[in-house]
Design a protein. Sequence first.
Length: 660
Amino acid sequence: MNPPPTDVAVAASTLSRVVIEAVEPEIDAGRFPIKRILGDAVSVQADIFADGHEVLAADLLYRTSSATAWQETPMRFVDNDRWQGSFHVTKLEPYFYTIQAWVDAFQTWARDFLKKYEAGQDVSVDLLAGADLVKAAAARARGLDARELEGFASEFKRLSSSKDRSLAALIRSADLADLMACYPDRAAATNHPRELRIVVDREKARFSSWYEMFPRSCTSDAAKHGTFGDCIGRLDYIAAMGFDVLYLPPIHPIGTSGRKGKNNTFPPLPEDTGSPWAIGSAEGGHKSIHPQLGTLEDFRVLQSEAAARGLELALDIAYQCSPDHPYVQEHEEWFRHRPDGSIQYAENPPKKYEDIYPIFFENEHARELLEELKSVITYWAGHGIRIFRVDNPHTKPFAFWEWLIEEVRREYPDAIFLAEAFTRPKIMYRLAKLGFTQSYTYFAWKNTKWELTQYFTELSQTPVRDFFRGNLWPNTPDILTEYLQDGGPPAFMARLVLAATLGANYGIYGPAFELCENRAVTRGSEEYWDSEKYQIRAWPTDHAYSLRNLITRVNQVRRDNLALQTDGNLQFHPVDNDQIIAYTKATADRSGIILTIVNLDFRYKQSGWVQLPLDSFGLDPHQPFQVEDMLSGARYQWQGARNYVELDPSQTPAHIFKIR
């Protein structure tokens, strides 16, 4: 069946002959933005081609959200109709980019003209045609450029009857080429149909080291509730280990109705303190501070003292309420009711959480609810908080998060949102696309070499890396993996090195981590025995068996080596032992190459031969090179692509080598 004649007529009349396809990066046909860091180069590629044999030209167009005019940078032909261009994001605001391409009549003319001229053919008429093209460009130009192009056009006409051998040099003139490139004929240009978006984040979104701590446990006596003042006494300890983000679980008043006792028991004892995630009491809700922690002024002092030590505070955002929360008293419509009229508490059958009421978003007063929830974040942002760890975002509507994050970032473009969403991959990725800056990952449960290699290749080497930034945690207050329960200190050491070198963003829940706390409630459970979620713990941070020194060294290595401060440069390497994993991260210019090798077996010494791509590292396979273990300070001389390693988990189960 023939297409309608009108369609043919329209297609012919537009003369937009160039095709733009397979643009990268482009997330879900432009539905979602890509993510970049302030100062990053944004590299864009596309398939660009047309019918016929003419020379094509293409520009990458970009602008900030606050600008109306596009800036342009030329794209270059790479291979097989693939083109590439790049620009830098230099402002902390959203950017847009797109592509425009066209048939370049002058470049096509110049190419064909030189072939004829060098073959000794008569080119007098061709020169006149070229003069017309240059004259048309002069009409599009202004000022000195227009006069120079007029001069070139006149020279073409003068030489149309000349045998002057300088003609080829004139056509190849860089000045002429540059001027013509500035004023192309784009009347029939093809525009990519979408303006694609970029979210620009500050550097801490790319590279950060998190330490999670319960403020109420900053005490030497478990019978005494810690305060913000006590937290200040813990800051030097945390900063000395090299962390730059201090994450505090909810600091709000805790409800008493349905309160759980130690180890999640019910009913509680009178002295039980309850879960910080059961937010809200007569003392206030999400914009209030637990009275036993201190006042808002005490919190500001903590924030100031942390900043003086290079620590930025991150707060927990948990959109849920205890039965005693003011929201419950004032807005029952914001909660789901059961047939008997009571409010539905949280459940994960057979588990019951009587101390928590989930928020019901699908109510008739949703707009008022959304504005109130937004005000929680803007309240704390107004008090200087810019990092928010969001509890269980996958249990709230997607549309809510897209709206909320965009609204907050419009006022606070430096805000960072970490999604605590241990759920299915597509949901985690959707949350990242909707605006979450970072996300928890499946790292805690990836223990074998195959699992780690497959997962982190997906995160670092596929289009996922354009929107998803992992934050790697070997433990959390909710997660004590079987690997850590069984492996003791060697397992903790191995997971520390993996988290800190596989990911540019990582965190630990301490002091449980550095003290290798591995007691679970029961076998098969990932819940801690005597979990801080339900009680105060007095941690002996000066314990002789603490991993504090190793953590300090690992964080120093991260700070000293740019290669470890990004994720897209991860490359795994073969080892002839499945209990040993090896991978490198390198700077773009290969001046810094970090090779990490980890024994995944926390029980036994393992050895093997590591194979490296020396050519891509700029190393001569016939010459020795040196690797320095930045954990121990030991140096080894290696030669060739295959070299031997041996790692004993009872000592340090990993090398972090700098290749020299």
